[in-house]
Design a protein around this ligand. Structure first.
Ligand SMILES: [Zn+2]
Length: 360
């Protein structure tokens, strides 16, 4: 018989806690007044990654809408289908149905990390005619204890958000450390953070990670076109945007807007955050995209150099790294990638990891 994870939510103004299996997930909302949490769906999304690994029943000691219960179950069933050895379907129960959501809620919630994908999404949406909301989650790229560097990020992105007419809102949570870890959890972390604001917003959007075609390279990835569609509930609808745009194409657009370039922060090296080191694998491949798309490396990197040694960072002898590069570079950049400086490594790119090979 499957174990049960009982969830209890408590709220104190703009702070909330979720107690589950003797652990506590903390939430703090900054930038708007958090209404009374009449739907505890957000906790379901943040506990789901852990429940999927054991097939535990999620039992919420509070109100949850039927749409969230159905969507969360469907999400877990899909990953069980894809990776039956790792994940199990999860049943979601609640003490009662959430009351109907209040009418007239806002539809202008944008998930915004300061990275390339979400910066590109905001640029494509353009300046908002009315003040909109950009939500950055502390507890994803930046840990909840990384207050100093996260505050630097907030300052860095402020002019860009002001330019596009957004208020800055932050949800600070340790959910990733407690129950929402793992590759399968990426989109669930966003949905949980958006859902805690469902008293204010009925709809929001986030940037899709890869194109439809790229999804098939490293399937299954946490953000993908199949499960991204499940985030339509009675509580909140979170829609993926820019679903067929490659990272190279995103670079090309962001490069045309100095205010976006000055804001952008994607380097995983927290010692230089919110700046971009220019030396790690992610910075190096993004440098390559800037070179291909614009002919130059912009001064958004601490180290703007690029030479033969720079490519050593890419560890192309690791076929998973090569696969990852392929997934993010396409079109014009991919052709340069193939025929130019990395030509000698071509044979490595066909040695896909074992689990990517078809077993007929
Ligand atoms: Zn870096």
């Amino acid at each position: 018989m499957a174990a049960t994870l009982t969830i209890k939510v408590q709220q104190n103004g703009n702070n909330a806690t979720v107690t589950v299996a003797n652990k506590v997930i903390d939430y703090e909302v900054e930038g708007l007044v958090l209404p009374e949490l009449t739907n505890h769906a957000f906790a379901v999304w943040h506990v789901l990654p852990a429940a999927m690994t054991s097939g535990a029943v999620i039992e919420v000691d509070g109100p949850v809408d039927p749409g969230t219960r159905r969507a969360a179950q469907k999400f877990s069933e899909t990953w069980e289908l894809w990776r039956p050895g790792q994940f199990k379907r999860v049943q979601v129960e609640a003490q009662r149905n959430a009351p109907p959501a209040s009418p007239g809620r806002r539809r202008d919630l944008a998930m915004y990390s300061g990275g390339l994908d979400s910066s590109h999404m905001l640029l494509r949406l353009g300046r908002r005619p009315q003040r909109a909301c950009a939500l950055t989650v502390q507890g994803l790229d930046y840990g909840v204890d990384a207050g100093k560097s996260f505050n630097s990020l907030k300052k860095k992105i402020e002019p860009f958000l002001e330019h596009l007419n957004y208020d800055q809102v932050v949800v600070r949570t340790n959910a990733t450390a407690i129950t929402a870890s793992g590759r399968h959890s990426y989109a669930l972390r966003l949905m949980g953070a958006a859902s805690i604001l469902s008293g204010v917003f009925e709809e929001g959007h986030f940037a899709a990670d890869c194109t439809h075609a790229q999804d098939m390279l490293t399937f299954p990835f946490g953000l993908n076109h199949i499960t991204n569609k499940y985030f339509e509930t009675d509580d909140i609808v979170l829609r993926p945007l820019e679903e067929d745009v490659t990272r190279s194409e995103k670079v090309a657009l962001v490069a045309t807007e100095p205010i976006a370039l000055n804001a952008i922060s994607f380097c995983p090296d927290r010692s230089v955050a919110p700046y971009n080191c220019g030396q790690c694998e992610k910075c190096v491949r993004t440098k390559m995209m800037f070179m291909v798309e614009t002919g130059a490396i912009p001064p958004i990197f601490v180290d703007t150099s690029f030479n033969a040694h720079t490519l050593d960072t890419l560890k192309l002898d690791d076929s998973k790294v090569a696969l990852f590069l392929l997934r993010h570079i396409s079109g014009r950049a991919l052709r340069v990638f193939w025929t130019g400086c990395l030509d000698s490594k071509r044979d490595l790119l066909v040695n896909l990891p074992q689990d990517q090979k078809r077993k007929d």
